[in-house]
Ligand binder design. Sequence first.
Ligand SMILES: *Cc1c(COP(=O)(O)O)cnc(C)c1O
Length: 437
Amino acid sequence: MDDPRRRTPRTDAVLAAPTVAAAADRLGRDRVKAAVVEVLAECRAGSLAPEDVVDAVVARLPGSSTSMRPVVNATGVVVHTNLGRAPLSTAALEAVTLAAGPTDVELDLATGTRGRRGAGALAALSAACPDAGGVHVVNNGAAALALVACALGAGREVVIARGELVEIGDGFRIPDLVQSLGVRLVEVGTTNRVRLADYEAAIGPDTAFVLKVHPSNFTVEGFTSSVDVSALATLGVPVVADIGSGLLAPHPRLPDEPDAATTLRAGAALVTASGDKLLGGPQCGLLLGSAPLVESLRRHPFARALRVDKLTLAALEATLTGPTPPVAAALAARPEDLLARARRLAVAIGPGLATAVESEGRVGGGGAPGVPLPSAAVALPSSLATPLRLGDPSVVGHVKDGRLLLDLLTVPEEREADVVDAVRRAAAAAGTAEGAS
Ligand SMILES: *Cc1c(COP(=O)(O)O)cnc(C)c1O
């Protein structure tokens, strides 16, 4: 009589339940049906009561159609490449949502004819960097450099200092990228030192440009010398500067980090940079420099293969014109405010479990290597690192000296309650007794 197999509801009936039907609208019917079939099998096997089927289906479904999991970045690394670099500002998020539908990205609504693609984003970039006569946007920093290498350097020579042969990450190297486009690299100087005379001696009739690459993810200390852009600009060939992190103007907290305005004023013909590092915008690559040069790059056939989508253009414009993006906010955060937040959070989590400590954040993502950003963190038992990383939302900190640090430099205030909940849940699941440390 009470055999669960006989009381197991039919698939269609479960799919018709309002919460399940709503989930199917949001996530797609196939995925929801697969979950229903799974749950019904458990019900038939007797491991689930028939009246719990609908709830079990809903509990089993993911929150979204993307398998990407949202993460609270508590690493203290402001631009964390593995976490998708710069988090977008709310203005940029809104712009992306708006741009997801049909837009006038390449249509002049007044005349009904083709318009300049992404005119608003390009105008915002020009306004933010008045020293650039021309601006163009491509898919990422590497693409910006690739376009320059291909358009100006293919079949010709590009002079670069040996100390600037940078590996950017995941095994990708700037010299390999440039050479893959048919450039012959002429290396000058040594790992630690290069002089203007080295460049002079290397320049010949086949020199397309001198490439200056910011060694953004390492520092060389000791007996070193390099040649700055203003000196290179006296050599009579264009200077292309890959500044990497995308600062448009000097930042008081990062005095050694190159910026586009200063580099252009020093005489660079072109500056390339990423949009999702210190600029705090979407993944994209910026090309800033002399108007005719940028125009020739924009019209080059290869430019079409590096074209950015409308979502990127919308987010970039909103980043440049809207409120302070999270990356800039993190760089402006005062350590004493962060420590006050850490103390509050430690109390909310439970003083036996958490303590507030001073810490050091980093720019990350290839920016200001070695520059510590004074910060504060909540210290927890390191055993919580894995459960917190696997939680929902995932909270990623870093383990230092046997403790898990959740660094507040990169945690927006509005996520603090989520962090407290996540830590409490992880601690409860791990059976970490209050009082453990
Ligand atoms: C980050 C970086 C790049 C690569 O930029 P992506 O946007 O990741 O393609 C190139 N050069 C330098 C100096 C960088 O710091």
